[in-house]
Design a binder for this molecule. Structure first.
Ligand SMILES: [Zn+2]
Ligand SMILES: [Zn+2]
Length: 264
C-alpha cells in the first residue's frame, strides 16, 4: 500500500445570510456579505477510507438556521461510500458542524485530541459564549465511543496511518487539530477551523470564535509550515475551494478533488 492518499471535499450545507464581522475580527468592511460552506473531507487509499469530521444532520440545521442539502452520510452515498466502509474518523474538534453525525459511524475508530474532550466536558462549558458551538448530544455520542473502546486520544502531533497525520492547533477550540495528508502533489493540510477562509491565514486575521487568540495566530503559521505551499492548505469553510478545485463529476461542485493542484 502506497502512503499517498486521494483527498476529497464534500460540501453538504451552507450558511449565506451572514457578514464579514462573523469571519474576521476588527474588519473594516464588517457589514459586507460573507457566505460560509460546510464540508466533510474524505481520504481514500485503494479500498481504505478515512473520514475527516462528521458534519451535522437535518435537525441540527433547523435548530441553528443553516441550509442543509444532504446529511453527510447521504453525501458519502452519492460518492459510493457507505458508513460501514469508514474505518477511521478524525474529529478535528467537537463543534456542532464537525462532530454532529458520530452515531452514523459507531463502528469506526475516532481520533481526537485530549484537550478537545477536556475542553468540551470541563469548566469552560459554564460560559455560554464558549459553549455555543457545541451540542451536548454530540459530546455524549463521543463519550459513548470512548466507553465502547472506539476513541483514540492524541496530545500534539501523531501519525494515524502512513501518510496521514494530526497536529494540535488549538486557538479556535482548545483541542482543534489539523490533518496533514500525503498526496501525489505533496503534503496537503486540511486546516479545518485552524483557518475558516484563505484570508484568515494569509492575512493573519483571527476568526471571532476563539478561546486562545495567541494559539490561533500561531496556528496560521503552523499550517503553512506543515503544508508544501499555501496552495496545499485547504481552509475549513471557504466557498472559494469550490471554484479552485475540480469537481469529481461534471458540473457538480459539491464533491471536489483536493489531491490535484488548484485549477485557477
Ligand atoms: Zn469550529
Ligand atoms: Zn467549523
Amino acid at each position: 500500500m502506497t502512503d499517498e492518499w486521494e483527498v476529497f471535499a464534500l460540501k453538504y450545507a451552507d450558511h449565506n445570510i451572514r457578514d464579514r464581522r462573523e469571519s474576521f475580527l476588527f474588519d473594516d468592511n464588517h457589514d459586507a456579505p460573507w457566505p460560509l460552506d460546510y464540508f466533510v473531507w474524505l481520504l481514500k487509499n485503494n479500498d481504505k477510507y478515512i473520514l475527516v469530521d462528521t458534519g451535522f444532520d437535518r435537525s441540527e440545521s433547523e435548530l441553528r438556521g443553516r441550509t442543509i442539502y444532504q446529511e453527510p452520510a447521504a453525501k458519502l452515498a452519492q460518492f459510493g461510500v457507505k458508513p460501514d466502509m469508514i474505518e477511521d474518523v478524525i474529529i478535528t474538534h467537537m463543534h456542532y458542524d464537525h462532530a454532529g453525525c458520530v452515531t452514523d459511524f459507531m463502528h469506526a475508530t475516532f481520533h481526537l485530541q485530549e484537550f478537545e474532550m477536556q475542553y468540551a466536558t470541563g469548566p469552560c462549558m459554564c460560559h455560554g459564549v464558549l459553549k455555543k458551538p457545541f451540542t451536548v448530544s454530540h459530546v455524549c455520542a463521543l463519550i459513548k465511543q470512548l466507553y465502547d473502546g472506539r476513541l483514540r486520544f492524541y496530545n500534539g502531533s501523531a501519525q494515524i496511518t502512513p501518510g496521514v497525520e494530526v497536529h494540535l492547533i488549538g486557538g479556535h477550540s482548545r483541542g482543534l487539530q489539523c490533518v496533514r495528508v500525503k498526496t501525489k502533489r505533496g503534503w496537503v493540510v486540511l486546516a479545518s477551523d485552524a483557518s475558516h477562509y484563505y484570508e484568515n491565514f494569509l492575512n493573519s486575521t483571527p476568526f471571532p470564535i476563539v478561546v486562545d487568540l495567541e494559539n490561533m495566530l500561531q496556528g496560521f503559521k503552523t499550517i503553512q509550515h506543515l503544508a508544501d505551499s499555501t496552495d496545499h492548505i485547504i481552509p475549513g469553510h471557504d466557498p472559494a475551494v469550490r471554484t479552485l478545485y475540480p469537481p469529481v463529476t461534471g458540473g457538480d461542485d459539491s464533491i471536489l478533488r483536493l489531491d490535484v493542484p488548484p485549477q485557477n
